[in-house]
Design a protein around this ligand. Structure first.
Ligand code: FAD
Length: 198
């Protein structure tokens, strides 16, 4: 099984981290993202040092079941846990946990710092085309391009039918946070729409 996540921001890198932790041998994971802010995203990769998180450190764990993980990663005192830390630091936390998971993963795990310019249906698989002209096949695609891409896509929570086609859309800031959203009826900026895909 080949799984490709397009977009290496918050959603893409956290999903890649979780999959790297649980995927068995034989699974090939690929995280594709723009070089700017790879593994960190727009909010946490491109900020200035004085730009702070709007949530206290003790609640900023990347996954809901581990809210204190970020504070623990920094070894913060109780008092410091209650502060609002730089967004850049949070980006380093996301990147660090991604790399840690990649190192111990049983699955194959490649990280590609390129823009994806198209996803095309090819039989039961998908061909992902990159800005540098390279391309590769994958069985599943997760689109995690962030709010700007999602705003242009028009997809919303509750869509159905995409699992059979293998395209999934992540949109962590939407009211349906955590739910997978059908990509079958969306248009994603930068992606060519092809019959049989979306
Ligand atoms: C300025 C700002 C500050 C914020 N501060 C906070 C905060 O303090 N606390 C908080 O909880 N939330 C905050 N947020 C919200 C936070 O950004 C989101 O919750 C979350 O980071 C969104 O994750 P995402 O993966 O959907 O998007 P992003 O993190 O933006 O990641 C999307 C990534 O996909 C890449 N991408 C897009 N298209 C392609 C393509 N075709 N090929 C390859 N890569 C592509 C983009 O370059 C980007 O790196 C903030 C948001 C912004 C904009």
């Amino acid at each position: 099984m080949r799984i490709t996540i397009i977009g290496a921001g918050f959603a893409g890198s956290v999903l890649a981290t979780e999959l790297a932790r649980i995927a068995p041998t034989g699974v090939d994971l690929c995280l594709v993202g723009n070089a700017d802010g790879f593994g960190r995203g727009v909010a946490y990769g491109e900020a200035r040092p004085e730009h702070l998180l709007n949530v206290r450190a003790r609640e900023m764990g990347a996954t809901a079941d581990q809210p204190a993980e970020f504070a623990r990663w920094l070894n913060l005192t109780r008092r410091a846990e209650d502060s609002f830390l730089p967004r850049l630091v949070y980006g380093e936390y996301l990147y660090s946990r991604l790399q840690s998971a990649a190192q111990v993963s049983l699955a194959g795990f490649s990280q590609v710092q390129q823009e994806a310019v198209a996803v095309e249906r090819e039989g039961d698989a998908f061909r992902v085309l990159l800005a540098d002209g390279a391309d590769f096949l994958t069985d599943r695609v997760v689109l995690a391009g962030g709010a700007a891409a999602a705003a242009g896509a028009g997809g919303g929570p509750g869509g159905g039918g995409a699992s059979a086609r293998g395209c999934w859309w992540t949109r962590p800031t939407s009211p349906g946070r955590g739910r997978r959203t059908c990509a079958a009826r969306t248009r994603w900026r930068g992606y060519r729409r092809r019959p049989g895909c979306w």
